[in-house]
Write a protein that binds this ligand. Structure first.
Ligand code: SER
Length: 345
């Protein structure tokens, strides 16, 4: 008998580390992780960690021979800024990697006669608003609006949402017998902020970078203009959303892909929140026009009413609570000790 597990790819990233800690406390299923990078020691101890490439077919085959996968959190991806430097590699990892895992999940679902849940984090990068005038006017962007991304990462995420939907609803639609298909569920995350890790390779990174620099008393030059606005979310809410969506009843889900958000801030409002807690923070604005243009194409705010209605989504952490109760105390404690947070590659 193969052992039932939850699989997390890209587990050493920011979401992965937070998710592992939560699953350890709230789920009985053992967790197996797959990542190119080793996990930090404290999370490694909680899982069976495989180090390897999601594109390694032999490794995936070995995984399936040993385990029955109930749920896959497919978190492995190259983020938006990094993807622009190596677009072909981004496509391989973000699209071909996802395709391989969808095939694996499809086979597992058919084999065991029960759908494998495939949970896929997508992003505000799936949107591409044409100009600032539209961005300022349309502040409640819905899932089907402006699906015209301008980054490789955004294109990859949008396409993988469609692939997942296809595998969930239409895969092998012309085969003589219908087999059980996988159950694809996706969230479009806003910019995420963790107290314990610092992102790298993303374009929403200026928020968390500003805060982590301030806590270390280091000056920070923000790479976008003061007025640039995007939605953000504290990491505990991101994990809560993943788990809520995972446990939602399929019949309640009218979509495969949902927007979620917590609060929306301009870069200067973000700076002002940082200054409330770190009054000596030295933040300047030195826009990098190219990265700026990417953030300009992302929505200033999202409409997440479908998630609220279908699976009861609501964030626990508004902006004040995020800073006061989660980010600032944990970041302060972190930098007071000797341990620097990991930068996530
Ligand atoms: N945080 C991501 C990035 O900046 C967007 O989802 O690439």
């Amino acid at each position: 008998m193969r052992k039932k597990i939850t699989l997390i790819t890209g587990a050493s990233g920011e979401i992965g580390q937070a998710l592992i800690k939560n699953l350890k406390e709230n789920s009985d299923l053992p967790v197996v992780t797959l990542d190119l990078n080793p996990l930090p020691d404290e999370v490694q101890a909680m899982v069976t960690a495989l180090q390897g490439d999601i594109l390694d077919k032999a490794l995936l085959a070995r995984l399936v021979s040993e385990y029955e996968i109930e749920t896959i959190y497919h978190l492995a991806a190259l983020l938006s800024t990094r993807s622009e430097f190596t677009p072909e590699t981004a496509h391989r990892v973000n699209v071909e990697g996802s395709l391989g895992l969808l095939q694996l999940a499809a086979e597992q679902s058919a084999w065991r006669g029960e759908p494998v849940k495939f949970i896929f984090p997508s992003s505000i990068a799936a949107y591409g608003l044409p100009d600032l005038e539209t961005k300022n006017k349309d502040t409640h962007v819905r899932e089907w609006d402006w699906n015209t991304p301008r980054t490789m990462y955004g294109c990859n995420k949008l396409y993988c949402e469609m692939l997942g939907t296809y595998f969930s609803d239409y895969y092998r639609q012309l085969a003589p017998e219908k087999s059980v298909m996988l159950d694809f569920r996706s969230l479009r995350f806003p910019g995420l902020i963790s107290a314990f890790t610092v992102p790298s390779g993303g374009t929403s990174d200026y928020g968390p970078e500003m805060l982590h620099h301030a806590a270390q008393n280091k000056p920070y030059a923000c790479f976008v203009r003061e007025d640039v606005r995007i939605p953000f979310m504290a990491m505990p809410d991101a994990v809560k959303a993943l788990l809520l969506l995972t446990s939602a009843k399929r019949e309640n889900l009218k979509r495969h892909v949902y927007n979620i958000t917590a609060f929306s801030l301009s870069a200067v409002e973000f700076r002002d929140w940082v200054l409330k807690f770190f009054p000596n923070a030295q933040v300047t604005f030195q826009p990098d026009l190219k990265r700026q243009a990417i953030v300009d194409s992302w929505p200033g705010d999202l409409d997440d009413s479908a998630a609220q209605q279908d699976w009861g989504w609501s964030p626990d952490y508004g902006v004040e609570r995020s800073f006061k109760e989660y980010l600032v105390p944990n970041i302060r404690a972190r930098y007071q000790g000797s341990k620097m947070p990991r930068t996530i590659e």
